[in-house]
Structures are given as structure tokens and as C-alpha cells.
Design a protein around this ligand. Structure first.
Ligand SMILES: Cc1ncc(COP(=O)(O)O)c(C=O)c1O
Length: 449
């Protein structure tokens, strides 16, 4: 869609994105929700958004109607280097030519384990899987088995840990999850060690593990993370750090390196394989060994999936980790995020939108908040902002950069943000209905951007 195209409240997706709209109709006929990943669904986007992307290169994508966009938060933040990144694709391809799954393990399973453990200092053993959810769920199981306890304490402000019942049962979309399971997940508050202490007091000797991310758009107050670690040790619960988003983005050694933490278990996913399906549960030997053969305790059925060690995904992960080591990837993510944040903040200031639009988070992992007339969080204004960015050639459910975002991409994005905010300003002044096309479906919850 071009900025010059005149929109009216009656503009239809069919007139702007004919191919996308046709696929959308078919998709909803065949696939519940129209796609296989919640956060890619139509309820997360404005009505006037390209519904299907056909191709990606670096940080650019092309939709099925042939429109080109600069993309942010690519692959739900899993594509850190760039789409179709040559050295990663080449490594995966070369491995596929050797076959990608045998009846016994392949040596690459050890090589990849060594490469990961070299980066994550507190971990001594690792087990691979396909999704972040596989490994957070495995962490919970291991913690329950090791401690003999049943309750899991998670951070209330952290939006997503797993697709599995122990977590989804705690969200507003808990249909199908028995109450008995829901009772076993309890919540504490970020930056409130008191709230965690309170949980330990309410459920004495019942909390198996405490799971949180080190940092989201909320920064930890000095001493908070250390205090969580200390409270876990004091109360006999495992300290589990979910590094699905922070791993290989904050630092090669994860957020645990930045904050000097030594979690009992930590989980990785996005960022590990540049979009290939690979996740990892890493941790101290004392706990991880319970999933192994060399002990006399009851064995934990720890992560066994047919495709868990698919060889080409491991090859992709090794090539990705090598790129992180040999090139200034993490430095670039932070630098380009700084450039984007500064430009976006200037545009916000220029349009007098402080308090309505806010850029949040670490530079390597920027998100934004949208607020309406009364400065309350507004899904409608989020849809409008997205719509106007898309009109200007940018798809940005978040502002999470990749190693492929050049200065030119960032500057073009800043121009798009400035243009979109101009419309945002007008919508605040004369009513959003004059500017937002269609009525987007409201998501039940928005787990991630
Ligand atoms: C912090 C965090 N943990 C775990 C997950 C689950 O990962 P996956 O979608 O790969 O199962 C996500 C997904 O967005 C996440 O953001």
C-alpha cells in the first residue's frame, strides 16, 4: 500500500491487498485462527495489513501482492541476523545433504552443545528441543522432580513463558485447562522481592521453581534479580531464568552475563538459530543430570522429541553462534536500536505525543506503548499506528532490530514513524474513526510483539 493512496473508512483489504485477502479467506476455512502461530494472527494486526508474506531478505520482506516492507521483530524475534542469512542457510543446507535425522545421535549434537555451553557460563549441561515452550516446560518438570514440590512461581508482569497448560492456565485464554492445574501456578511481581517472599510464606515447601525473564521493558531495580536468586536458594526452589528473548541479544552470554546471575536452569530459543527451530534447556549438572543415565535417583523424562536434535537446525545454530562471536552482531543490535529510539523519540516530541506513544525496552529489543485520548493503553491506537507504518513501508509489531537493519533502513523507518505519528496526532484531535480503516478484531491477550 502506498502512502499516497487515499483511504476512507470503507477502504477494504480486497482493494489494497487482493492476493492477501484471497488467501485470508482460504486460510480461515482451513486453519483455526488462519495461521499456526498466535502472534501472527489477524487479531494482532490492523485490517489493512498484508496478511501473507512470501519472501524475506535481510530485514526486508515482500508480501504476496508484491509490496516490499522493512520488517521488525522478524520471525517473532527469532531472526536476529536477517532473513535468508547466507552463512546460516549454507550451513543448514550442507548438513541436510548428509541426512537430517538418524536412529542414533549425530556428533553435531555434541559440537552444538559445546558451542552453547561456551557462551553460557553458569550452565554445565544442555538439552536441545524445537520451541521455547518445550524447554520452559522441561525446566518446570525437572524442578518439580528434583524438589518433590508441585507449585511454580512466575513473574506476573512477564507476558509469556509457554504454550503448555501450566502457563496458559494462568492467562485470560485458559479454556480447556483444568482448575487443578491452574491452581499450581502462582504469581509474584517484578521488582517486588516482598511479593516473592510472601509466596514462599503462603506455600511453605511447595514452590519447586521461580521463573522470570531478567528484563523486559521493565528494568530491574538494583539488587532485585540477586534477591530473587537468593530467595530461591534460601527456600529450596530452583531459580529458572527464561532467556528466550534476552539470550544472544543482551549479550552472547545472555542477560545472566549482563546481571552477573547464575541461574540453576536457563532456557533459550529465539536468537539461537536465526529462525531455524531450535531451543535449549541449559543448567547446572546437579539438576540436569536427573534427566540422564548416570545417577541412582528416579530418572526424569527430560525432553525427548523426534525432531529435537534435527541436524540442520543444530548446524544453523552453530553458524549463528559463530557469527555472534566473530562479528559485531550484539553491538550492532544495540547501536541500531539507539539510532531508532532517538529518531522515534524526536518524532514523538515533534508531534507533542509524549504520554501517548512511548518507546520502551533495551535498545536491542525495543517495543512501544500506544495510548488514547485519556492516556490509557489503546489497542485501537496501536492498530492505527501499525496501519500508518504499513502504509509507509514498515511492518513493526515491535521495534526489535536485526543485524541486517542498515542506517538507511533505520532512517527510512524514522521517517515512516514521523509520518504515522502525524496521523496519530490528528486522530487524537478529531477522532480515530476518521483514520482507522475497519474494525480490527481485539486479541484476547497480546503475549508478545
Ligand atoms: C519469554 C518467552 N518464553 C518462552 C516463549 C515460548 O517460545 P516458543 O514460542 O518458541 O514456544 C516465548 C515466546 O514468545 C517467550 O517470549
Amino acid at each position: 500500500m502506498k502512502t499516497s493512496e487515499v483511504l476512507s473508512p470503507t477502504t477494504t483489504p480486497e482493494s489494497v491487498y487482493p492476493q492477501s485477502a484471497a488467501l485470508q479467506a482460504r486460510a480461515h476455512q482451513l486453519i483455526p485462527g488462519g495461521c499456526h502461530t498466535y502472534a501472527k494472527g489477524d487479531d494482532q494486526y490492523p485490517v489493512l495489513a498484508p496478511a501473507f508474506l512470501a519472501r524475506g531478505q535481510g530485514c526486508h520482506v515482500w508480501d504476496v501482492d508484491g509490496n516490499e516492507f522493512i520488517e521488525y521483530g522478524m520471525g517473532l524475534r527469532s531472526v536476529t541476523l536477517g532473513h535468508a542469512y547466507p552463512s546460516v542457510v549454507e550451513a543448514a543446507y550442507r548438513q541436510m545433504l548428509l541426512g537430517n535425522n538418524y536412529t542414533r545421535p549425530a556428533p553435531i549434537e555434541i559440537d552444538c552443545a559445546e558451542a552453547l555451553l561456551r557462551a553460557i557460563e553458569a550452565a554445565e549441561m544442555v538439552k536441545f528441543a524445537k520451541n521455547g515452550s518445550d524447554v520452559t516446560t522441561a525446566a518446570v518438570k525437572l524442578a518439580r522432580a528434583y524438589t518433590g514440590r508441585d507449585i511454580v512461581a512466575i513473574c506476573a508482569e512477564h507476558p509469556f513463558f509457554s504454550v503448555d497448560d501450566w502457563f496458559i492456565g494462568s492467562t485470560p485464554m485458559a479454556a480447556g485447562i483444568p482448575e487443578a492445574i491452574r491452581q499450581l501456578t502462582v504469581k509474584f511481581h517484578y521488582n517486588s522481592p516482598q511479593s516473592l517472599t510472601e509466596l514462599f510464606r503462603t506455600y511453605p515447601s511447595r514452590i519447586a521453581c521461580v521463573m522470570l525473564e531478567a528484563e523486559t521493558s521493565l528494568r530491574p531495580e538494583p539488587g532485585f534479580l540477586e534477591e530473587v536468586q537468593r530467595l530461591c536458594a534460601e527456600n529450596g526452589a530452583l531459580f529458572v531464568l527464561d532467556e528466550t528473548l534476552t539470550g544472544f541479544r543482551w549479550d552472547l552470554g545472555g542477560a545472566q552475563k549482563v546481571y552477573g546471575l547464575r541461574p540453576d536452569l536457563s532456557t533459550f530459543g529465539k536468537g539461537l538459530g536465526n529462525g531455524f527451530a531450535i531451543a535449549a534447556l541449559a543448567g547446572k549438572r546437579e539438576f540436569m543430570e536427573r534427566g540422564g543415565l548416570r545417577h541412582s535417583q528416579e530418572r526424569v523424562f527430560l525432553l525427548s522429541t523426534t525432531h529435537g536434535a534435527e541436524n540442520h537446525a543444530l548446524a544453523a545454530a552453530m553458524a549463528t553462534l559463530r557469527t555472534y562471536r566473530e562479528e559485531p552482531v550484539i553491538e550492532t543490535l544495540h547501536q541500531q536500536g539507539d539510532r531508532l529510539r532517538n529518531g522515534a523519540n524526536q518524532a514523538i516530541h515533534h508531534h507533542g505525543l509524549e504520554g501517548h506513544v512511548e518507546i520502551l525496552g533495551r535498545s536491542c529489543n525495543l517495543v512501544y506503548a500506544t495510548r488514547g485520548e485519556q492516556r490509557a493503553p489503546s489497542q485501537a491506537f496501536r492498530a492505527l499506528f501499525l496501519q500508518e507504518l504499513i502504509r509507509r513501508g514498515v511492518i513493526a509489531p515491535s521495534l526489535v532490530v536485526s543485524y541486517s537493519h542498515s542506517d538507511q533502513d533505520i532512517d527510512q523507518t524514522i521517517d515512516a514513524i514521523a509520518g504515522a505519528l502525524g496521523v496519530y496526532r490528528k486522530a487524537l484531535d478529531d477522532g480515530i474513526a476518521h483514520h482507522l480503516v475497519g474494525r480490527p478484531v481485539k486479541p484476547v491477550f497480546r503475549p508478545f510483539n
